[in-house]
Write a protein that binds this ligand. Structure first.
Ligand code: GLU
Length: 419
């Protein structure tokens, strides 16, 4: 049965953002058409032997948007509601993200429609290996390099790297990034997206000439990305007042301690009933009074329905595509600044790039070197975006997209068309 189209379809969001910016910057029509389309979309069937002996067939995809600036790059997502349209949006955003931050890759994204919560570790491993085999013809260290995304992690990457290497007959660490350290991963990769969010938040607050100290932060999605952002922002002096996962969250205006919250979560598998905090829903969390709101869960969370009730002064997009274009307009009227996803959460792919470079050289850097280089790239990108926005009197999102699209368009122009 065909799936119901999603309300607030992420592909419509990505396309509307691209069309609007393309018009604003007078992007030539032929380049616009090329960038609206995708180099390659692969749909694969992933049949897997389940623990009960039956065979289940899952649907998998790899979407490659544009490789004008370098090999395709982007994560692998496992989610029961994943659609090809989601992946098209995410692949396009990867192109802009890499371009904006001068990472020499193009955009891609992939995934399997499955619910990891209902699968055993063995089933997840078999899905991962069969999926890797299925997309193997179009991935490669110089062709397309997958990485973790929602519901995938370094173990998933280890299985992908092993499957690819076994089929090729030689060990190929650079085929994926976000791997465990002992098989060619990079120090700092696990926390990179969260640390990047903290660095870009700090840059944005600095522009407002405010100290970070005691800024009240609300984080939707306290998983890999959100909790790392929380840890670093707390270290920088912020007060984390609310956090959540997919089942709900907790709020204490006086502040929550990151370490205590994480210890409680590890013990109870949930934030619910955390002492001295109020239990709240994800919808309530987004509308809390705070200085900084960090949506770090799924896309399309801030929509025309709730944007009018958002009380944060600054939104830093940890997730990909958390704000719809209609919500963007409402927030801009309310003078709420948004640090867009392609800047705020680029830390992950930046350190993925560092990992790929280290794998190619078989020479590994210390954590400090990784983090200093990450910080330099993000601060430079933030400044570029901020100054361009000031000069052109536009939002940080429009500025970031303009800068990113321009670099991709220039690469297409100078390379020329084959044949
Ligand atoms: N999935 C992450 C993202 O959306 C990381 C991608 C990568 O490292 O290639 O940026």
């Amino acid at each position: 049965m065909p799936k119901k189209p999603k309300i607030n379809n992420p592909w419509q969001t990505a396309l509307t953002q691209f069309n609007n910016v393309s018009k604003l910057m007078n992007l030539p029509e032929d380049i616009h058409q090329m960038l609206k389309n995708f180099s390659r979309i692969l749909t694969v069937s992933v049949p897997v032997r389940m623990d009960n002996g039956t065979i289940a067939s899952f649907e998998g995809f790899r979407v490659q948007h544009c490789s004008a600036r370098g090999p395709y790059k982007g994560g692998i997502r496992y989610h029961p509601e994943l659609t090809l349209e989601d992946l098209k949006a995410l692949a396009m955003e990867m192109t802009w993200k890499c371009s904006l931050t001068d990472v020499p890759f193009g955009g891609a994204k992939g995934g399997v429609v499955c619910d990891p919560k209902k699968l055993s570790p063995g089933e997840l491993e078999r899905i991962t290996r069969r999926y890797t085999y299925a997309i193997q013809p179009i991935i490669g260290t110089d062709m397309d390099i997958p990485a973790p995304d929602v519901n995938t992690n370094e173990q998933t990457m280890a299985w992908m790297m092993d499957t690819y290497s076994m089929n090729k007959g030689f060990c190929s660490p650079g085929i994926v990034t976000g791997k465990p350290l002992n098989i060619g991963g990079s120090l700092g990769r696990a926390d990179a997206t969260g640390l990047g969010i903290a660095y870009t938040t700090a840059s944005a607050i600095r522009q407002n000439k405010k100290p970070l100290k005691n800024q009240k932060v609300v984080i939707q999605g306290y998983g890999n990305v959100g909790s790392a952002a929380g840890k670093f922002l707390e270290e920088m002096g912020c007060r984390i007042v609310a956090v959540s996962n997919s089942t709900g969250g907790i709020y204490n205006p006086g502040g929550l301690s990151h370490n205590t919250v994480m210890a409680y979560y590890r013990e109870n598998g949930s934030f619910k009933h955390f002492p001295r905090a109020e239990n709240i829903t994800n919808a309530e969390l987004l509308e809390l009074p705070c200085d900084i709101l960090i949506p770090a869960a799924m896309g399309s969370q801030i929509t025309k329905e709730n944007a009018g009730r958002i009380r944060a002064k600054l939104i830093v997009e940890g997730a990909n595509g958390p704000t719809t274009p209609e919500a963007d307009e409402i927030l801009s009227l309310k003078k709420i600044t948004i640090v867009p996803d392609i800047l705020a959460n680029a830390g992950g792919v930046i350190v993925s790039y560092f990992e790929w470079v280290q794998d190619a050289q078989s020479y590994f850097w210390c954590k400090n070197e990784v983090n200093v280089k990450l910080r330099m790239l993000l601060e430079r990108s933030f400044n570029d975006v901020y100054l361009f926005a000031q000069k052109n009197k536009c939002s940080l999102r429009t500025s970031a997209m303009m800068l990113a699209i321009k670099k991709v368009a220039d690469a297409i122009a100078v390379r020329g068309l084959y044949p």
